[in-house]
Each structure stands twice: as C-alpha cells, then as structure tokens.
Design a binder for this molecule. Sequence first.
Ligand SMILES: NC(=O)c1ccc[n+]([C@@H]2O[C@H](COP(=O)([O-])OP(=O)(O)OC[C@H]3O[C@@H](n4cnc5c(N)ncnc54)[C@H](OP(=O)(O)O)[C@@H]3O)[C@@H](O)[C@H]2O)c1
Length: 308
Amino acid sequence: MGHIGTYLVPRLVQEGHEVIAVSRGNRKPYHDTGIWRFVTPVMLDRAHEEADRAFGARIAALGADAVIDLICFNQESAEQMVGSLEGRIGHYLVCGTIWVHGHSTVVPATESLPRMPFGEYGIRKAEMEFWLLRRAHQSGFPATILHPGHIVGPGWVPLNPAGNFNPDVFRDLAAGRKLTLPNLGMETVHHVHADDVAQAFCRALACRSSSLGEAFHVVSPAALTLRGYAEAVARHFGKEASLSFLPWEDWKRAANPADAGATEDHIMHSPNSSIEKARARLGYDPRYSSLEAVFESIDWLADHGWHI
Ligand SMILES: NC(=O)c1ccc[n+]([C@@H]2O[C@H](COP(=O)([O-])OP(=O)(O)OC[C@H]3O[C@@H](n4cnc5c(N)ncnc54)[C@H](OP(=O)(O)O)[C@@H]3O)[C@@H](O)[C@H]2O)c1
C-alpha cells in the first residue's frame, strides 16, 4: 500500500466499510496495524489488465458500492473504468493532483480557475479530470476528483525546501550548514499529510451528494515559501538557517541533474491552493499544517539515521 492507502484503508475499515484493496502486492503499508486483517487484498496489475482492456471489468466484478481510484493518470484509464462501472456503482472517487493548474494566476488557487497545465503528468491528469467531470455532468456518472498537494508522511522523504527530494537538504539545515536556494526563495510548495488526503476521501465518500461531479483541492491550510520552509526546518533542529541565493540558471548549473529537474518542476508550479471548497462542502478539516506534516516526517528520517 502506498502513501495514501496506508492511511485511507484503515480509516475506511474504522468507518465500518468492507474494504477490498487492489494492488500488485509489492508494497506494504508504512505502518502495519492489526486493522489490515479486516481488508481483502486483491492482486491485479492495472497496466497489464488495461493493455487487455480488462481492468475496468475486473474492478466491476468485485461488486463494490464505491471505487476509490488512486492511480488513474490519464483519460484512457478513466474511460476504461467508467465504461465498466457505469450503472453498477454508486460513487467513483479519483485521485488527481494540484498540478492540473499549471502556472498559478490568482492565489490561493480555487478549483474554478481555468486549467493551464504543463508537463506530461499535469496535462494528462487535467485531461482526465475534464473528461470525467464532463461525463458526470452530461450523463450523471457519479464521479468526484480530489487533488492532493505534495504528499508527506513518516516513511518517505518529503519535498524539501529546495523543491526536490534530496535528504541532504534536511541534513544540512539540521546541522546548521549553508543552504543555497534558487532565486529569492519566495516560490512556494504546498504539502499535505497523507492522513489528511485519506480524511478527504472519506469525507467525500460520506458527503456523496455534495461531492458528485466536483473537484476538490486537498492540501494543508497554507502553502510555504522555500525560504520560510528552510528557516522553519533549521529552527526545528535548534539552528538558525544559513541561506544564500542564486539566480535560477546559476542554481541549476550547480545542482545535480535529478535535483535540478525536480526543483524546476516544483518552482515552476509554485502551488498555493485554496481548501475552502473542501472545507465548506465536505467538512474537510486537515489535522496537519504543512510544517507539522513535514516535521513528523523528517523526525522519522532523523530517527532512522536519515537513511531511506
Ligand atoms: N505523491 C505525491 O506527492 C502526490 C501529489 C499529488 C498527487 N498524487 C497522486 O496520488 C496518487 C498516488 O498516490 P500515492 O502517493 O499514495 O502513490 P504511491 O505511494 O506510489 O502508491 C501507489 C499504490 O498503487 C499501487 N500500484 C502502483 N502501480 C500499480 C499497478 N500497475 N497495478 C496495481 N496497483 C498499482 C501500489 O502498490 P503495488 O506497488 O503493490 O502495486 C500502491 O499501493 C496518484 O494519483 C498521484 O498522481 C501524488
């Protein structure tokens, strides 16, 4: 089970649902509690099944009242699911991403802003969202889409204050070493704890009539600037951040290509999303601020010798 599933599946069981968890069986939950005994695992490889145009039918045959689809990345996958589930299901909840917005215009961005996605991942997710919600509005297919931000939780490396996943950034801040940020450090990142994503899916399921045909952002109450994030992480470890800044092209040249690619993607998006719609219609009430979510996660990393 992945980031979201680790929290979502136990929540669903606790709420009294009978849960079937579909995956290839490669991943284990980050925290294994006894509650997983009450979950029926089903092994399926979506990629293989979709290639045979069989995945939707395999899911429909499970006879569920609701399907929560955490790994739908494009319209073709959604079409296969809807083709098989239409008329047989009460609710289809899909995981999107705040990347569907592309460049922000007005911030915090609301769900009603026009989509201007860039990059393969955001474009495909936005196409999928558009198709699915149009289908919901035109033919009443019971779909809802939730858009998480950067998902955080103990057990994996969170998006760091340089906008990439290199754990050395946290290590350096914790040790009071110098960190160089791109530009003025004023670009933004918007995290969310995986358990808050799970909460939002449960709320959307419970508030079916308010969520049908709708998209919702699922992030923490507020985005962070890279600079503010770096300073807070250093303070968390009892240090003052020692920051310097470089124009983007110079920063990029000095970084390793994997880090530079991740940072470029994140600062170009610089997400800052509103959760007012999810609060009002679903009662979404995130337990974690961005920093609380990140601190829980990096404390876990520090406790594990920063090895992951
Ligand atoms: N991570 C983020 O920061 C982030 C941010 C915004 C949106 N999202 C969205 O969140 C969703 C992913 O959530 P996540 O972060 O929880 O992902 P994740 O940690 O990678 O978990 C993915 C889950 O899907 C299963 N899976 C992967 N490939 C499969 C396949 N071919 N067939 C069947 N099962 C498969 C995995 O288990 P097995 O490997 O055992 O099959 C695992 O349980 C995606 O829709 C993504 O676009 C993520």
